[in-house]
Ligand binder design. Structure first.
Ligand SMILES: [Zn+2]
Length: 271
């Protein structure tokens, strides 16, 4: 029996970080994350990065500062999305996307809602802008992947039970019937500066980082993997699976993770 319950590289645990606003404190955060192999997504306001504001990462610094991570939309000027017209919100998202893509050199397809504020109309506009996922400021502690990527709730803000959640998450390494588990932490890097608690995120990265059984992903990598996983085509008896996507997907073959390459038809061993 083949089961579609593995993440990238046959792992079951994935960790991602999501930090907003692009202040200069992102540099220190990225440096800490890089030391422990932790990866994430940085949601930027293009009006702030483009203005050369000294307290923000400059447009020219973006490719180097966020190398190995993802840059994502956070609107041009950080309005309350539900307080402005749908037309204005469309411009806020689309123009931010365009400005960030120009700087980063790749399609920018993700977002986080400024102030965590959104409604159904905002989501419609986001879709029209080609945004495929967006993070809220709500949280859920069940470590599940989102059912709706445009209402993507984090596990916790870093100030709320971060280490307790991390310990609980890592304990799933030994669960018998494995399935994908996500630890998603969000915040703003300037909070570590304001609260003088850089040791919190350093301790977190040290605890969760550099583990061979954890996949360290950006937000969009999780979205793209999930799309590919959902597209797998199984035979009626689940002994065969075809991967029509352009990236590898891992499935369990009688409990053992195996890679199904792009365009490959995989048959259960011994069948
Ligand atoms: Zn923000």
């Amino acid at each position: 029996m083949l089961r579609p319950n593995c993440l990238k590289d046959g792992k079951y645990l994935v960790v991602t970080l999501s930090y907003d606003d692009g202040t200069k404190h992102d540099k220190r955060l990225v440096e800490i994350m890089n030391r422990y192999g932790v990866r994430g997504t940085f949601h930027l306001n293009s009006s702030r990065v483009a203005s050369g504001a000294p307290d923000h990462v400059g447009a020219d610094e973006i490719p180097e500062v966020y190398k190995g991570h993802e840059v994502s939309v956070h609107t041009v000027t950080h309005p309350h999305p539900s307080w402005i017209s749908p037309e204005a919100m469309l411009v806020e998202m689309f123009e931010d996307r365009k400005a960030l893509e120009k700087v980063c050199g790749y399609p920018v397809r993700g977002m986080s809602y400024p102030f965590g504020d959104f409604n159904d109309k905002v989501i419609e506009q986001a879709k029209a802008c080609g945004i495929v996922y967006s993070r809220t400021t709500r949280t859920r502690q069940d470590f599940q992947l989102p059912e709706d990527f445009l209402r993507w709730d984090a596990t916790c803000h870093h100030r709320n039970n971060l280490m307790e959640n991390t310990e609980r998450f890592l304990s799933f390494k030994d669960e018998r019937c494995k399935r994908p588990r996500l630890l998603y932490v969000w915040g703003h890097s300037y909070e570590f500066n304001d609260q003088n608690n850089w040791d919190l995120i350093e301790g977190f990265c040290e605890k969760v980082g550099n583990k061979p059984y954890v996949w360290y992903a950006t937000n969009i990598e999780i979205y793209d993997y999930e799309q590919a996983r959902q597209r797998l085509q199984f035979s009626a008896d689940s002994s065969m699976v075809y991967n029509p996507s352009a990236i590898s997907v891992w499935v369990e073959d009688n409990g053992t993770p195996v890679e199904v390459k792009p365009g490959e038809l995989y048959r259960e061993q011994g069948k």
